[in-house]
Ligand binder design. Structure first.
Ligand SMILES: Nc1ncnc2c1ncn2[C@@H]1O[C@H](COP(=O)(O)OP(=O)(O)OP(=O)(O)O)[C@@H](O)[C@H]1O
Length: 782
């Protein structure tokens, strides 16, 4: 076996690749064709016929999209096994016309050795070959020979080892994250294929692939647990909109579309925000104590007015004294607790109690008027023959129920609440706030104050969501939903026969699809039915999930998870009660001053005993030279964490430049120009403390007029991005200049973490421009 990619070998592989693409084209054409015929107007008007058409249209459009996503770099490599067997690994699985496997999907169990086999643990692999394609042309082969004992000396000298990985890491960045299916490393593969259940916390320093691995895990889980996840979808939560744009091509590129990408500010339907609070206010809002505060804030709206509550109707005026009100509230709360009903749901119950009381009082009044008639004490007493004959009790109830005065009384005792209203009261009314926050200090209480209560922030989203579960839907919404449910129920029973027919049809469609795609596994008809049945009414899964606060996802992936507050975790667990989650993060990169110091602090309260850890130890982004600088800063910060080891020895020397404050504006354009010359085509960022962003942008624009800041949604496409370290979190650039590192450190109690984040963004070149003393750890750069 030879390890060099001779022209002969390339030519041989080219023949195979050409044959695979030929088959691929045929399948793609078939999917396109099936899609076109599925969307043809049809004569069939039965529900079964429409269903079949919908299923076909959506299925084949998805299949066509999946195939189209797989076209670029369709074949990843080849595994040569013991006993002269071999097969090809690709972005999707393909069968020949005779049902022989042509290409194994990278997520299939059979592909695992491609990522995990090592010379020490060969897993039956003799050679792993990475096939590099340009379009459909084979341009290079990189071989890892694992059966080293069988090699002669000459062959050993040609060992290419990690050539494929290194060439991928050294390529210039585009401003968008790319997939890594060709070069997933063994420790990453273990995390990607880790079981679905429970919360997997993936820890790892900067650049260890936490984000990219989490996204490949989503693709793997959707492939492996399709039946479970296709119905419920996967939610990926990232820190901000720029980050989501940075990663949004990865999953579609892997053929997966049933994924919702959102930041915390998007997770409460109807409120979309990227506004942040001051760090102290954010810390108070994120604290677990807010769960109690919100509960008290809701209870506080259930009020007993001092004195008596007066109800005036056309008939008379009635008084509900304090004792009666108290009894009604006590009984309601007791029932709410027993039946676990939210506040708004109990309003009907309160109304019933109030009406009973009014009817009782009316009977009493009539008793005195109709002297001599035997009046019962309880209005709903069935024994009440004499009075019952005189009064239409139902009419009396109706009369009270529709009285504006009764409604007003109810609004005092048990008002209908919205999450927005409760939070507004908490933020704007100091007396209300003081009453419901006995567990907060005065400073914490004051931090909650806000003049414009509806200027919702990211930290408000978990609070609104928590309140939504405490108050429940409004009556009107419930009634609407109830009406809809009843109509649907009626429609369902009417069409029971048609429904049976649908299942029948779905089964036929499922079988057809199995045959069309030459898959040997039968497709599950009930899954087909569930997945596509209401396509017409409610749109695709991701859209439906995004709009529904009560949607329960099959799996949730959380990036930069170290930044999430305990209240945010409570929201996420509500979105995924099964707690099947992947949380990736690095405590050493935490920016928020009060954020948790350990994973157990945040996860034990929401998922005790249900979470486990995975570790990534190797940095694939940053060169060794740059990582050494970052590691010094990490050590100087006194953090326990150890910086990850870099696999890239190919780096250029980081530099530091000292200027005075006055010189900075003049110096920056020259430095930026020089860096861009070094980088040639690569991407670049200038990272600065928030207070300097405007002035830095102004001077960078002298060198590069298209430079822009993190507030611009096109920042990832700009040749130079001017960002704060917080905005740069999770992103990467070929070159980075860090401005005023001492101010970044002094900016918050987590300033060293921010500097560590800033220093670990570049893939190739790092420069530091200081206007003050260089912080510990950077001193020797000068
Ligand atoms: N196996 C791999 N093959 C090729 N590239 C890889 C591999 N693993 C990681 N990378 C690349 O390394 C870079 C860093 O990955 P990623 O952003 O996922 O790291 P991270 O751990 O999330 O970093 P940070 O915590 O700093 O945001 C990305 O460009 C990613 O594509």
């Amino acid at each position: 076996m030879s390890m060099t990619s001779t022209d002969d070998e390339i030519a041989t592989e080219q023949d195979t690749i050409t044959a695979i693409y030929k088959r691929f084209d045929a399948l793609r054409e078939k999917a396109d064709h099936r899609f076109s015929s599925a969307i043809q107007p049809t004569q069939v008007s039965t529900p079964g016929g429409k269903l079949e058409r919908n299923i076909r249209a959506q299925h084949f459009s998805e299949r066509a999209a999946q195939l189209s996503a797989a076209e670029h770099g369709l074949v990843i490599g080849r595994l040569d096994l013991d006993h002269d067997e071999h097969f090809y690994i690709g972005r999707t699985g393909l069968y020949s016309e005779d049902y022989d496997p042509l290409l194994i999907d990278w997520r299939a169990p059979a592909a695992t050795p491609f990522y995990r086999a090592t010379p020490m643990e060969r897993l039956g692999v003799r050679r792993r070959r990475h096939i590099h394609l340009k379009g459909r042309r084979v341009v290079r082969l990189d071989d890892d020979i694992l059966a080293i004992d069988e090699l002669d000396d000459d062959e050993r000298q040609h060992l290419t080892g990690e050539a494929a990985l290194l060439s991928s890491l050294q390529s210039a960045r585009t401003g968008r994250m790319a997939d890594i299916v060709a070069t997933i490393q063994a420790e990453q593969d273990r995390i990607i294929r880790s079981e679905l259940d429970g919360i997997l916390v993936v820890e790892g320093g900067p650049g260890t692939g936490k984000t990219v691995v989490a996204l490949h895990r989503a693709a793997y889980l959707l492939y492996t647990h399709r039946d479970q996840l296709a119905k419920s979808g996967v939610l990926v939560v990232g820190p901000n909109a720029t980050f989501l744009r940075y990663i949004d091509q990865v999953l579609p590129g892997l053929g997966e579309t049933d994924v919702v990408l959102a930041s915390m500010g998007d997770l409460y339907p109807g409120v979309e925000t990227s506004r942040t609070d001051a760090p102290f206010a954010a810390a108070v809002k994120g604290s677990l104590r807010m769960a109690d505060v919100l509960e008290q804030a809701v209870t506080r709206h259930e009020r007993i007015p001092p004195g008596s509550l007066k109800v005036t109707t056309d008939r008379d005026t009635y008084l509900l004294d304090e004792e009666t009100c108290q009894r009604i509230l006590d009984e309601t709360r007791e029932r709410a607790e027993r039946t676990r009903q939210p506040h708004n749901r109990m309003r009907q119950f309160v109304a019933k109690k109030v009406l009973n009381e009014l009817v009782r009082q009316e009977y009493e009044r009539l008793d005195s008027v109709l002297d001599g008639i035997d009046i019962p004490l309880e209005a709903d007493d069935e024994e009440d023959r004499d009075l019952g004959e005189l009064i239409d009790q139902n009419a009396l109830y109706r009369e009270f129920r529709t009285s504006p005065s009764v409604r007003e009384a109810l609004d005092i005792l048990w008002p209908e609440l919205t999450p927005q209203r409760v939070l507004t009261d908490l933020y704007t009314d100091p007396d209300f706030r003081a009453a419901v926050t006995p567990q907060l200090s005065q400073a914490e209480r004051d931090a909650l104050h806000r003049a414009d209560a509806t200027a919702w922030t990211i930290s408000d989203v978990p609070l609104l969501d928590e309140l939504a579960t405490l108050v429940g839907e409004l009556d009107a919404t419930i009634n609407r939903a109830e009406r809809r449910r009843r109509q649907a129920e009626a429609a369902r029973s009417q069409h029971i026969e048609e429904q049976r027919q649908l299942v029948h049809d779905a089964y036929d469609v499922a079988m057809d699809m199995a045959i069309d795609e030459e898959v040997t596994m039968p497709v599950d008809a009930s899954l087909v039915l569930e997945r596509y049945h209401d396509v017409d009414d409610r749109g695709f899964l991701a859209e439906r999930a995004r709009q529904d606060r009560e949607w329960e996802y099959g799996h949730v992936i959380v990036d930069e998870a170290q930044e999430l507050s305990p209240m945010a975790w409570r929201l996420l667990v509500r979105r995924c009660p099964s707690r099947s989650m992947t949380a990736v993060g690095d405590i050493a990169q935490t920016g928020a001053p009060d954020s948790p110091g350990s994973w157990s602090e945040v996860l034990d309260p929401v998922a005790p005993g249900q979470w486990r850890r995975g570790q990534l130890t190797v940095n694939y982004r940053t060169t060794e030279q740059i990582m050494n600088v970052a590691a010094d800063v990490l050590a100087a910060s006194g953090a326990d964490a150890v910086a990850p080891r870099s696999v890239r020895p190919d780096g250029e020397k980081p530099w530091a430049w000292q200027v005075t404050d006055d010189e900075l504006a003049d110096a920056l354009p020259g430095l930026v120009r020089e860096e861009r010359v070094h980088l040639e085509t690569g991407t670049m960022a200038v990272l600065a403390p928030r207070s300097r962003i405007d002035s830095v942008l102004a001077s960078v624009r002298h060198a590069c007029p298209e430079a822009t800041t993190g507030d611009d949604e096109n920042v990832l496409d700009a040749p130079v991005a001017v960002l704060t370290p917080a905005q740069a979190k999770g992103l990467e650039f070929d070159g980075t200049i860090v401005v005023a590192p001492d101010e970044i450190v002094a900016g918050s109690s987590r300033g060293y973490s921010d500097l560590y984040v800033a220093l670990t963004r570049p893939t190739r070149r790092l420069g530091v421009v200081a206007t003050g003393p260089l912080p510990d750890g950077l001193a020797h750069l000068r």
